[in-house]
Design a binder for this molecule. Structure first.
Ligand SMILES: [Zn+2]
Ligand SMILES: [Zn+2]
Length: 184
């Protein structure tokens, strides 16, 4: 999953266009389970992008869409979300920036990415876009009831008989203090 930059300008043009679809199996870390990245890729990923060469720098604009599987933050069940996101990046050679702690801030506000060996790593690009598109707290639905704190049942599918006995932890601390106060 690399985009070879050397082919650019071969016909006297500094622009190129790419339109590719990748099966989930094309991704190195893809699986049917939500992995360490916090998601799994469960449908073909479609990538369209324009590459425009300006000397050593490549300006890349495009769009990624696909379907990701996430774990619900409340009930912990996996669910699928469609992702459709656009991006605009500036690719600079990795070697020029190695050893520098900070990325240069350019006037046009574009995010800077790095290419190596005259190629753009498309898996890295796509995963970066997925990371940015992920919700902070994934929920299978806004109305998700979550898990019963007593028995762990999924309250969406398995309403249980437990009575909620939620106690304010601060009250617990207070009663500890009172107990200790009595003993001293
Ligand atoms: Zn849920
Ligand atoms: Zn319960």
């Amino acid at each position: 999953m690399r985009f070879d930059l050397t082919q650019l300008g071969r016909h006297g043009r500094g622009d190129d266009q790419l339109d590719r679809t990748y099966e989930p199996s094309a991704f190195r870390y893809a699986g049917q389970n939500v992995d360490d990245e916090g998601y799994a890729i469960v449908a073909p990923v479609h990538l369209v992008m324009d590459v425009h060469k300006q000397a050593e720098v490549y300006r890349v604009t495009g769009r990624v869409d696909g379907t990701l599987r996430l774990d619900c933050g409340r009930c912990l069940e996996p669910f699928d979300v469609p992702v459709d996101t656009t991006f605009e990046l500036r690719y600079v050679p990795a070697s020029e920036n190695e050893g520098e702690g900070e990325r240069e801030v350019a006037d046009d506000d574009l995010t800077t990415a790095f290419y190596r060996e005259n190629a753009i790593d498309l898996e890295e690009l796509i995963r970066e876009q997925f990371q940015l598109a992920l919700p902070m707290k994934p929920l299978c639905s806004e109305a998700c009831k979550g898990l019963c704190p007593e028995c762990g049942a999924n309250l969406n599918t398995n309403p249980c008989e437990c009575k909620p006995t939620w106690a304010d932890p601060r009250l617990g601390e207070l009663s500890e203090l009172l107990k200790n106060a009595k003993h001293s």
